[in-house]
Design a protein around this ligand. Structure first.
Ligand code: UGA
Length: 433
């Protein structure tokens, strides 16, 4: 170690790996990002992020120009050169929602092979893994492949990531807290300097606790949204706006006003997969997590609620329905588990004709729904439409005015996210308001 500057290898140059690596490099560490995908590696080395993320391109170009970050497909040499190795590979869901650990196992094997000829290093799991994975799978695999002993020849930690798409770099550099699950004190002491300079509280704990903190965190956030939506559905029946109600609730300091945005449900690459995985893990441990199952069920129903509300107002068969917003949230082209998918499917199943627009996500959606109409802007999508559903809270939808909607055949507007300006648009309805 040169002062506090460390040599860090990051295995997996996806969303978490690249943002974490770029963030660490911006703090002066020497980072080498490893990926099996040569195209991705070449892109990163020329300063082009393979994913879109706010400020990532500028920061990546900067750290590359300062020789603080490079990418490679050679995992062996990357590990040999570093002091700390972060595992940042994906942990997708299998068919029943259990976590699929194939990439984590492969990384452990590769790290183990490289460690055969190495002195002490610390391996850190940052991929989201269910409790017991690091101790029952990662450590034994590394020990087996390396012939070395954890706590003696190499150290082991688990530091969950709390990155949000759209603000991932900020979340790396200005986290609410850092959780370090450590095999022993030496392991934790070795990696703590990387996080100390981020000026956020550091919680040092057991590995299994750190693994569960990640799931408990996402499960609570998903629960908070499903709770907001449940209250929202009651509000709708009472003719009140859920945002007025939750504003009052959020003023209780035990509650916090954040993440109370009721609407058309939660999606993305994290909540659906992580809540499903912790449910499956609980069952494996002999516990039926009924509340979390209901959180998922509420969400499933919430995603298509707008279509049901629309069907109460009109027969949608052969009617043109404009869908504004396809990504699972604003400022991303990510459509994984987006509410728009369930909504479009239900519209099509009911015989509607769908026209859609999204500033970023249309190319991705074309793979799922090649047969619907994709328009170049919101106004074109609204032309001659019989109804409009607003599904993602894109900034540009906030600027829509009455004149944009006047070209609809029938001006029936239903919001699934709170975006429209009441001063600008007369007569629109909301999912929970
Ligand atoms: C989420 C967590 O917020 C991060 O802390 C976590 O690190 C990440 O998952 C992960 O596990 O890697 P992300 O999926 O990027 O981050 O997106 P969020 O901003 O949390 O939104 C998730 C979904 O919830 C979106 O569909 C969003 O529209 C919905 N949402 C969010 C609401 O419906 N209401 C809200 O108040 C907030």
């Amino acid at each position: 170690m040169i002062g506090e500057r460390m040599k860090i290898a990051i295995i997996g140059t996806g969303y978490v790996g690249l943002c974490t690596g770029t963030g660490f490099a911006s703090k002066g560490h020497d980072v080498v990002c490893v990926d099996i995908d040569e195209v991705k590696v070449n892109k990163v080395n020329s300063g082009i992020p393979p994913i879109y993320e706010t400020d990532l391109e500028d920061m990546l170009k900067d750290v590359i120009s300062k020789n603080r970050l490079r990418a490679t497909t050679n995992i062996n040499s990357a590990i040999k050169e570093c002091e700390v190795v972060f595992i940042c590979v994906g942990t997708p869901s299998d068919d029943v929602g259990r976590i699929d650990l194939k990439y984590v196992r492969q990384s452990a094997l590769d790290i183990g092979n490289a460690l055969r000829e190495c002195d002490y290093k610390v391996v850190v799991v940052k991929s989201t893994v269910t409790p017991e994975t690091t101790e029952n799978i990662v450590i034994p695999k590394i020990e087996e492949a390396s012939g070395k002993k954890v706590g003696q020849d190499f150290g082991m930690c688990m530091t969950p990531e709390f990155l949000r798409e759209g603000s991932a770099l900020k979340d790396v550099l200005e986290p609410d807290r850092t959780v370090i699950g450590e095999y022993d004190q030496r392991s934790g002491d070795t990696i703590e300097p990387i996080f100390k300079e981020l000026n956020a509280p550091i919680l040092r704990t057991k590995i299994k606790v750190a693994e569960l903190i990640k799931y408990a965190n996402n499960a609570f956030l998903a629960t908070k949204i499903s709770y907001s939506n449940e209250i929202g559905n009651i509000c709708k029946r009472l003719g009140v706006d859920v945002y007025d109600v939750l504003k009052g609730v959020g003023m209780d300091h035990r509650m916090s006003p954040y993440f109370f945005n009721a609407g058309a449900g939660w999606g993305g690459s994290c909540f659906p997969k992580d809540v499903a995985a912790i449910i499956e893990k609980a069952k494996e441990l002999g516990y039926e997590p009924k509340m979390l199952q209901e959180v998922v069920d509420i969400n499933k129903r919430q995603k298509v609620r707008m279509v049901e509300q629309l069907q109460k107002k009109m027969d949608i068969k052969n009617k043109k329905i404009a869908v504004l917003g396809l990504s699972f949230k604003a400022n991303t082209d990510d459509i994984r588990d987006a509410s728009s998918i369930d909504i479009i499917k239900k519209l099509l199943d009911s015989g509607a004709i769908v026209a859609a627009y999204d500033p970023q996500a249309m190319e991705n959606m074309k793979h799922i729904f090649p047969g619907i109409t994709y328009n170049e802007n919101a106004t074109e999508t609204l032309r001659d439409a019989d109804a409009c559903l607003i599904v993602t809270e894109w900034e540009e939808f906030k600027n829509l005015k009455d004149e944009n909607f006047n070209i609809m055949k029938n001006k029936l507007i239903l919001e699934g996210r709170k975006v429209l300006d009441k001063k600008e648009i007369k007569d629109f309805d909301g999912i929970c308001w």
